[in-house]
Write a protein that binds this ligand. Structure first.
Ligand code: ZN
Length: 384
């Protein structure tokens, strides 16, 4: 048979049912939804599969189950702009086209040159990739890695600080609140590596600020190839208006505890960014209901600096945009930290005119060094 097997039993693979046609030249893959607790919402938009068969096999793969439910409404996580990444070895990726059909499936034509081919929505970033990064940086004198808690399944949640404990300013970034969204992982990896380069520039940045990173919030979901929710059915970018339930969302509870500790120790975070992927790529600024203080001015400054120093061109949500319960909204209302959600377009980078590879998001992270430098340099003493 040309196409023989679809492997879903490796790290970060998507759970799925599948069926190969008798001629071995086509297959249908039914992705599993992950589901939100106590809500009708469900999500499937992640795929990471390994096709196995005779070398040279050409096959049409049809992906199904994109009938997502969000806020009780049906919607699709794919569009005419959705493409696919493929790799023979799971390391070197190429971008190929995909076709969204009228019945909301995705058709992808592939060739198994070497007898196997990985398929993924965007370049995967696995727990083992994070472990390699942590092993690479852990002995650096300007790095502190500490475990601030555990996931529902007991995986350790590492908080990485790059820079000295006492610095004039502190930035926080979170990646992988939603497990499929690997853009944030590449972005923080690029930022961390660039700050640790042994050159005069890196020293200049770290005199002004330190960077604290929660690099993989929904680690259980990453391990299991989930799309959006943690394994207890919680969305880690929702319900931030009140303290998290330590049993159902220990990933958020650990972060809240850490935020409180930073405030109590006189070292509060000043700028917090939650990194995501979607099909729009905008900066999401959720306007507070009251007591706006310097928040909107801070976000203006952040957007300006981001646009000036990086390839980001997608702009931001309208002034009246409100998303209560999201991370960005809660940062200001609960902690008086200027926080936002930065979505990275999963299909296309307008500023570079190309599909997004992991390297492009790493470059964004590297460029963020200058964003933060300017953000803090231009800050006027606030009234917080
Ligand atoms: Zn997200």
């Amino acid at each position: 048979m040309p196409l023989q097997f679809i492997n879903t039993a490796f790290e970060n693979a998507s759970p799925a049912n599948w069926h190969i046609e008798d001629d071995g030249k086509a297959a249908t893959v039914e992705l599993f939804y992950d589901h939100e607790r106590d809500a009708p919402n469900r999500a499937a938009g992640h795929w990471h599969l390994r096709l196995e068969g005779e070398p040279g096999t050409a096959a049409r793969i049809t992906l199904k189950n994109f009938d997502n439910v969000w806020n009780g409404k049906h919607g699709s996580p794919i569009s005419g702009k959705t493409g696919c990444f493929v790799s023979t070895d799971g390391t070197q990726w190429r971008h190929i086209p995909a076709r969204k059909t009228e019945d909301n499936t995705l058709e992808i034509d592939v060739t198994l040159d070497a007898g196997q081919l990985y398929l993924a929505r965007i370049e995967p970033y696995r727990i083992s990739d994070l472990e390699n990064l942590l092993a690479e940086i852990c002995d650096h004198p300007l790095v502190e890695i500490k475990t601030i808690g555990n996931t529902v399944e007991g995986r350790e949640l590492e908080l990485v600080r790059v820079g000295r404990e006492q610095t004039p300013n502190r930035v926080f970034l979170r990646a992988r609140a939603h497990p499929w969204e690997t853009g944030g992982s590449y972005c923080v990896q690029g930022l961390i590596r660039s700050l640790l380069r042994d050159d005069a520039d890196a020293k200049r940045y770290l005199e002004t600020y330190s960077v604290c990173v929660l690099p993989m919030a929904c680690k259980d979901g990453v391990a299991r190839g989930y799309t959006r929710f943690n394994v207890a059915g919680m969305d880690l970018n929702r319900k931030w208006a009140a303290p998290a339930d330590p049993r159902l969302a220990p990933e958020n509870h650990a972060l809240e505890t850490w935020f409180d500790e930073m405030i109590d120790s006189g070292r509060p975070i000043q700028l917090a960014i939650d990194l995501h992927n979607d099909e729009g790529g905008k900066l999401h600024v959720s306007r507070p209901e009251e007591n706006e203080g310097p928040y909107l001015a801070d976000m203006d400054r952040f957007e300006r600096s981001l646009t000036e120093h990086t390839w980001f061109t997608e702009g931001r949500t309208p002034l009246e945009f409100r998303n209560p319960g999201s991370f960005g909204s809660a940062m200001w209302t609960r902690y008086r930290v200027s926080g936002c959600v930065l979505e990275l377009n999963c299909n296309w980078i307008a500023g570079l005119n190309k599909p997004p590879f992991g390297k492009d998001w790493e470059r964004l992270g590297e460029q963020m060094r200058d964003v933060f430098l300017q953000y803090f340099a231009d800050a006027t003493p606030s009234l917080r």
